[in-house]
Design a protein around this ligand. Structure first.
Ligand code: CA
Length: 414
């Protein structure tokens, strides 16, 4: 079914935020910090809407949207998410004749730009490694004489626990990390000289399960609130020296950027796709015969230091992912570990087959051996101070209004 609803709020052509999207974020203006929903170039102030009684017929807890994070809202569960999304959709619909006057009277609409905050207080953060092409590229680089994929890779979604406290919102400057790296066979200390990006897509969960109770794969998606863009900044030199045998640590934990708007999983329904065929078939707890991915076109824009000219260095698709979000969540809880409201699960670097479809600089420049040339003529292997990276995502499908995620931006500082 196509959905051709429009809003009485002006939505510029090509906007990431038509009425079909309605992503949630947390903004700050002269009224303070509160929750909002993006519509075109405006933000619906959810705190003002709650005070005006827009949600009075729902089961929403009092003062939910006056919070400085979305955790309280997300923690109320899927039934509430649906009630609120339905209410906002009906309120913003072109057919709602009384809504514009109500919105003016209660000052419900705020013009952008506004200052955006981290949308959730991230309690736990997991980063997966679920792109077969990315895992294959790194395997070829680091184990040229062995199998590109390690034996476990097609049996479980490989991942690690990242540092939740250093997840930052788009626009936050990224301080180049210092640490240990190997130089001519001996460890030295200093600023990373191989600072990289990882193009990823993340999902934010609700309260999913109790300690000791795994999530069933068939219902795992019910725990997913929404989806955002992620840049998993990576210091390759620090990572390479420290990661054996326990995995990523200081090469990753200095910063992870997410986009400010969380796109509800329900808004992505028209863009769901069958997951790739998985062979060998995974163990029963990971088996989802009707498993689905999401078709998201992803790009990485690179604006070098001192330039205003952006070069798109990556154009790839989230359809490339091998493991689904449901499988990732079922795996992350199969030992009984809890998933709570506001937890972040990132996909792992999204890479496709072509050179221009690779989601990290280490792949694009093949471990630094093949520098890339940007449109202003500058050459890069890894990031220099002042370089800026912008990740974007758009969903489109036949007969559907396209939606987007807004920008996920960060600039490297010394
Ligand atoms: Ca990663």
């Amino acid at each position: 079914m196509s959905n051709v609803a429009t809003s009485w709020v002006h939505v510029p052509s090509g906007s990431d935020f038509p009425i079909q999207n309605l992503p949630y974020g947390v903004f700050t203006n002269e009224r303070g910090t509160r929750c909002g929903v993006a519509i075109g170039d405006s933000v619906l102030d959810l705190a003002a809407a709650e005070r005006a009684g827009l949600f009075a017929h729902t089961d929403l807890d009092a003062d939910t949207f006056f919070s400085e994070t979305l955790n309280d809202f997300i923690g109320q569960g899927r039934a509430i998410w649906i009630q609120i999304r339905d209410t906002i959709t009906a309120f913003l619909d072109m057919g709602n004749a009384s809504a514009p006057a109500f919105a003016r009277e209660h000052e419900l609409l705020v013009s952008t730009p506004v200052s955006m905050n981290l949308p959730v207080r991230v309690g736990d953060y997991v980063d997966f490694y679920s792109s077969e092409q990315h895992a294959t590229n790194l395997g070829k680089m680091f184990r040229p004489d062995g199998d590109a994929l390690l034996p476990n890779w097609k049996h479980l979604p490989v991942g690690y626990h990242g540092r939740a406290g250093t997840v930052v919102v788009s626009g936050t400057d990224i301080t180049r990390p210092s640490g240990q790296r190997l130089a001519e066979g001996a460890p030295v200390f200093g600023p990373s000289v191989r600072l990289d990006i990882e193009l990823e897509v993340g999902f934010i969960t609700g309260n999913a399960n109790r300690l000791g109770e795994p999530l069933d794969i068939a219902s795992a998606e019910d725990a997913i609130f929404g989806v955002c863009l992620v840049n998993d900044w990576s210091a390759r030199d620090i990572q390479a020296w420290e990661y054996v045998p326990l995995g990523p640590f200081l090469g990753k934990s200095f910063a992870t950027t997410i986009s400010p708007w969380i796109v509800p999983l329900d808004a992505l329904e028209p863009f769901r796709i069958p997951r790739p065929i998985q062979s060998p078939s995974p163990l029963p707890y990971l088996r989802d015969d009707f498993g689905r991915g999401i078709g998201i076109d992803l790009t990485v824009g690179f604006t070098p230091r001192g330039s205003s000219e952006e070069t798109v260095i990556t154009e790839t698709s989230f359809t490339n992912m091998y493991w689904t979000m449901a499988q990732q969540l079922a795996h992350a809880t199969v030992n009984g570990a809890t998933v709570r409201a506001g937890d972040l699960f990132a996909s792992g670097t999204v890479s496709g087959e072509g050179v221009n479809e690779r989601g990290s600089l280490i792949e694009i420049t093949w471990n630094g051996a093949e520098p890339m040339t940007l449109s202003d003529g500058s050459a890069r292997t890894f990031l220099e101070d002042g370089d800026s990276i912008s990740i974007r995502g758009r969903c489109s499908a036949e007969g559907e209004v396209p939606i987007g995620f807004g920008d996920c931006v960060g600039t490297v500082i010394s």
